[in-house]
Design a protein around this ligand. Structure first.
Ligand SMILES: C[S@@+](CC[C@H](N)C(=O)[O-])C[C@H]1O[C@@H](n2cnc3c(N)ncnc32)[C@H](O)[C@@H]1O
Length: 238
C-alpha cells in the first residue's frame, strides 16, 4: 500500500515537474521587465532636472541603467561646480542609463548625446530626452562593437567630442578595455573623459588605471571619498 502511494506521488511529481518546465519555457521576455517609470525631480544647486527612472533595480543584470546610480549625482555636482568645462561644447555621455547626468549637463553644454548599449535603456533615454535644456540626441553605442561611428554619423552627429562623461560605467573589470577603446575613438585628441568610478572590489582601480594607461590615457583624480573616485582621463600622445 505504502509502495503504491510512493509510486503515485512520484508520478504526480514528474507530471508537475514537466508542467513547470513547459510553463518556464513559455514565459515571455516581458515577465522580467518593468517599464513603469517614476518621474523624478532632482535639484543640485539652483538647477533642477526631471527624468524618468525605476525606483529600484530589476533582477536583470543588463538593466542596471533603469535606475539612477550614486555616481550620476556625484559627477553632476562636479560638473555643476566646473560648468566652464562644458560651456559651448558638444558632450557625449557613455552608459547613460536614465541619462540624468547628461540631461543635467544640458543646462551648460551646447549639445548632448546620450548613449547606451541596451535597447530597453535606450527606450528610457528616448522618453527622457524631452527634459533636456539644449538639443539632446540618443544614440546606441555599445562599447565592444565597432559601429558606433556609423551610428553617430547616421544621426548627423559628430564622431569626436571635446568632453565625454560616464558614471558608474565600470562595475566589472572586463568592461575597461572595450570602454576605453570606445573613448579613444570618440574623444578629441585634447579632450577629456570625466568618469565617476566606485571601486567595489579590491585592486580593481589598479587594473583600471594600468589598462587605461596601456591604451594611451593619463589620469588625474579630481575628487575622492572612500571608494568613490572622480577621474579625468586624457590622451597621452596628443
Ligand atoms: C550602472 S549603470 C549606470 C547608469 C548611469 N550612468 C548612472 O550612473 O545612473 C551602467 C550603464 O552602462 C550600460 N552599459 C553596460 N555595459 C555596456 C556596454 N558594453 N556598452 C554600452 N553600454 C553599456 C548599461 O546598459 C547601463 O545603462
Amino acid at each position: 500500500m505504502v509502495k503504491k502511494k510512493n509510486i503515485c506521488s512520484i508520478k504526480v511529481f514528474k507530471k508537475l515537474h514537466i508542467k513547470c518546465f513547459i510553463i518556464m519555457e513559455e514565459i515571455p521576455e516581458e515577465f522580467f521587465l518593468c517599464e513603469e517609470y517614476t518621474l523624478f525631480n532632482e535639484s543640485l544647486g539652483e538647477y533642477t532636472q526631471e527624468f524618468y527612472a525605476l525606483k529600484s533595480a530589476c533582477t536583470d543584470y543588463d538593466l542596471t541603467g533603469q535606475v539612477i546610480w550614486p555616481g550620476a549625482k556625484i559627477l553632476s555636482q562636479y560638473l555643476l561646480e566646473n560648468q566652464h568645462k562644458l560651456q559651448d561644447k558638444d558632450l557625449l555621455e557613455v552608459g547613460s542609463g536614465s541619462g540624468f547626468t547628461g540631461l543635467f549637463c544640458s543646462h551648460f553644454a551646447r549639445k548632448v548625446v546620450l548613449s547606451d548599449g541596451n535597447d530597453i535603456v535606450l527606450r528610457l533615454l528616448e522618453k527622457n530626452k524631452v527634459f533636456g535644456h539644449c538639443p539632446i540626441f540618443v544614440c546606441k553605442i555599445e562599447w565592444n562593437e565597432d559601429n558606433s561611428a556609423a551610428e553617430l554619423e547616421s544621426k548627423e552627429l559628430p564622431i569626436k567630442y571635446p568632453v565625454i562623461i560616464g558614471s558608474d560605467v565600470i562595475y566589472s573589470i572586463d568592461a575597461v578595455i572595450p570602454l576605453f577603446n570606445t573613448i579613444n575613438k570618440h574623444l578629441e585628441n585634447d579632450g577629456e573623459f570625466i568618469m565617476c568610478y566606485t571601486n567595489r572590489a579590491m585592486n580593481n582601480y589598479r587594473v583600471l588605471l594600468e589598462e587605461s594607461e596601456k591604451l594611451g590615457f593619463s589620469h588625474e583624480v579630481l575628487w575622492n571619498e572612500l571608494n568613490v573616485y572622480l577621474y579625468s582621463f586624457k590622451k597621452i600622445n596628443n
